[in-house]
Design a binder for this molecule. Structure first.
Ligand code: NAG
Ligand code: NAG
Length: 394
């Protein structure tokens, strides 16, 4: 029931938001469309209704989610028939997944955007309530795989700004088959022992930028899969987690490569890896080319710098094989700090396709106040400036 006060409130809200985001031509408030901010009533339909209305708009519509907690089931926002390329989803609220993990557990994702063009998500906390699924996975074997919290697929011109993701069942944010994606100031938090809770996963995408993120998680802070290029990562705080990882690549015989990746101004604290490139030890035509890892501080990181081309999990047809993934033109510059293990720099490259063009410049990593060690197999390149541990590149 619309009371005069709530009507007045809506009008004021409308005015305050439109003045802040003066581009928005129409505002669709999910509460006015029936969403309940009690955290218990399923609000999936009002969110979809708001999306469908915004999608039909030819202007620059905004979907507004007022403060509160909203229970959302799996939701697919499809953009294939949308009439505009400037939709903003402003979330001043927490979106909550069903507490029973079986509801989403076998769906691939929870909040999914597909084939959208020009969508910005501003703010919001996504709480996937994954803890009971993690507990299941640590005790039993027949648990569902879990849903990714937020996924953009086959989309372009996307902004994700100031979003928080907590307790993801599986990967937190996934960018798949996208072009021109800007992820700014996101916060991702899952416990260090939560399984497969990668922070941001980028795959088959061109022109993704990730800046100013704080990522504490149980798997890779950022993971990068085949067919990804022009990726820019800057100003990231990572840990706990498994670091920034290109890979695993080379799982398939025919595979597109990863090219032109920059990761700079990164702090890793207590992570399993710092900068990692990882490939399966089996034939593939995949490649990694043109990667810059620079300006990083490692604090007690297990493998600060690592290329591992001998990955072979669950003996998936790869024992005693060599990786076909060619790694060339990778630089490590201005990297300092401490390693939690003696070998701080490890280049374990493919015997079939040795790494080439690895450049190290001003790398200073220590282990328990002593010199750390480096280890090279089939790794070629050059070193400049201060290099500790000393370079083993040939
Ligand atoms: C590499 O990627 C950056 C964005 O990360 C882009 O600005 C630059 O043009 C790309 N370089 C090439 C050669 O495509
Ligand atoms: C390397 O870092 C350590 C610890 O910060 C520092 O004491 C040492 O002087 C550095 N070495 C060089 C050659 O810069």
């Amino acid at each position: 029931m619309e009371t005069p006060q709530s009507l007045l409130f809506s009008i004021l809200l409308f005015l305050s938001i439109t003045s802040k985001l003066s581009l928005a031509t129409e505002v669709y408030n999910v509460v006015q469309l029936g969403a309940k901010l009690d955290g218990r009533t399923d609000s999936t339909k009002p969110f979809l209704d708001a999306w469908n209305a915004a999608c039909r708009s030819t202007g620059s519509p905004m979907i507004y989610v007022p403060p509160g907690t909203y229970l959302l089931n799996r939701v697919l926002f499809s953009g294939s028939n949308c009439k505009n390329t400037a939709t903003t989803l402003k979330i001043d609220a927490t979106l909550l997944a069903p507490s029973d993990y079986r509801i989403l557990g076998n769906k691939k994702n929870w909040i999914m955007f597909k084939q959208v063009n020009g969508v910005s998500i501003i703010g919001g906390t996504l709480d996937a309530q994954g803890d009971t699924l993690w507990a299941c996975k640590s005790n039993r074997h027949n648990c569902p795989e879990g849903a990714r919290t937020l996924e953009f697929e086959n989309s372009k011109h996307v902004v994700i700004q100031g979003l928080t993701s907590i307790n993801s069942q599986k990967f937190n944010v996934v960018i798949s088959g996208c072009q021109n994606v800007n992820i700014q100031g996101v916060k991702i938090t899952s416990p260090g022992n939560s399984p497969n809770t990668d922070g941001i996963h980028v795959t088959s995408s061109i022109g993704v930028t990730i800046t100013g993120a704080v990522i504490r998680t149980g798997d890779d802070c950022i993971s990068i899969s085949p067919r990804t290029s022009n990726l820019w990562i800057e100003n990231i705080i990572c840990g706990p987690g498994h670091g920034i990882s290109i890979g695993s690549l080379g799982m398939n015989l025919i595979e597109a490569g990863v090219q032109n990746v920059t990761a700079q101004s990164i702090t890793f604290t207590g992570t399993e890896n710092g900068f990692r490139i990882k490939t399966w030890a089996k034939p593939s035509n995949g490649f990694v080319k043109g990667v810059r890892f620079q300006q990083a501080t490692m604090i007690n990181v297990h493998n600060p710098i690592i290329i591992d081309q001998n990955y072979c999990s669950h003996s998936k047809g790869c024992p005693h094989q060599a990786s076909g993934v060619q790694i060339t033109d990778v630089s490590y510059k201005n990297i300092k700090g401490t390693s939690a293990t003696k070998v701080a720099v490890k280049f374990d490259c493919s015997r079939a396709k040795p790494c080439s063009g690895i450049v190290m410049e001003n790398v200073n990593l220590s282990y328990q106040n002593q010199a750390a060690q480096s280890s090279c197999i089939s790794a070629g390149g050059s070193a400049h400036g201060v290099i500790q541990p000393s370079s083993c590149l040939v």
